[in-house]
Design a protein around this ligand. Structure first.
Ligand code: ZN
Length: 224
């Protein structure tokens, strides 16, 4: 059964989730911690709809395949079709966004490293079943101040990641517009906006607390 995005007020989005369009390096500090160059254009990839699960459920991952990393990201729910949007027209991209939430972009880091070293595609490291735990989405009444948005991840009570919209290399409207130039964004698609520094190994049994300042808090656990 396809995952259906939900709003924080309990409403279900009228359509099941489509694709999840992601950006690889949208915070300079995170690019540096993985020894990756800071990109000139957003590095885009897609996680399939089958990778989505609710962040509120116990998190499971294919631990037998090597190290699983957490990446905490601001997630956007797309409510309108957007194609070839003008990057200079923030309002055009903003109109397509109807919700804002949090996600984990779970990554099989060892698998990804081996595939990257060979120059191979690394979908299997990012697109496995359960690779995208998603929170409920805060309905967007008005366009938020993207650069003022902040979110955190604490693991077993210790803060590990702290993201600020102002630190994004490609701010939300520009990023969403650029994505729409490669992939038509459709109602029910989700956009992940990249992870700040502090990514690390997801440990079995850990408690994760994700918070979007002033809006959303989810406490979840990794399977034992
Ligand atoms: Zn990511």
């Amino acid at each position: 059964m396809r995952f259906v995005p939900r709003f924080t007020d309990g409403r279900a989005f009228p359509q099941p989730l489509g694709k999840i369009v992601c950006v690889g390096r949208n915070y300079a500090e995170h690019a540096r911690e993985l020894d990756n160059p800071v990109p000139e254009a957003p590095l885009l990839f897609i996680k399939p709809a089958s990778s989505a699960v609710s962040l509120e459920e116990t998190i499971d991952a294919p631990f037998a395949r090597g190290e699983v990393h957490f990446e905490t990201e601001l997630a956007l729910l797309v409510g309108e079709t957007l194609k070839d949007a003008d990057a200079a027209d923030a309002a055009e991209a903003e109109r397509a966004i109807v919700g804002i939430g949090l996600a984990l972009d779970l990554t099989l880091r060892d698998v990804q490293g081996r595939l990257k070293a060979k120059g191979h595609p690394w979908e299997v490291a990012k697109g496995f079943d359960g690779a995208c735990p998603l929170s409920a989405f805060l309905p967007l009444g008005a366009v938020p101040n993207w650069s003022a948005l902040a979110f955190t991840l604490a693991v077993d009570g210790e803060e590990r990641q702290h993201g600020h919209g102002a630190d994004m290399l490609f701010p939300v409207p520009e990023l969403v517009a650029e994505m729409s130039r490669h992939f038509t964004l459709e109602p029910g698609d989700v956009v992940l906006t990249g992870t700040p520094a502090g990514v690390g190994e997801l440990s079995r049994g850990a408690e994760l607390r994700l918070a979007l300042t002033g809006g959303l808090e989810v406490v979840t656990r990794v399977v034992d």
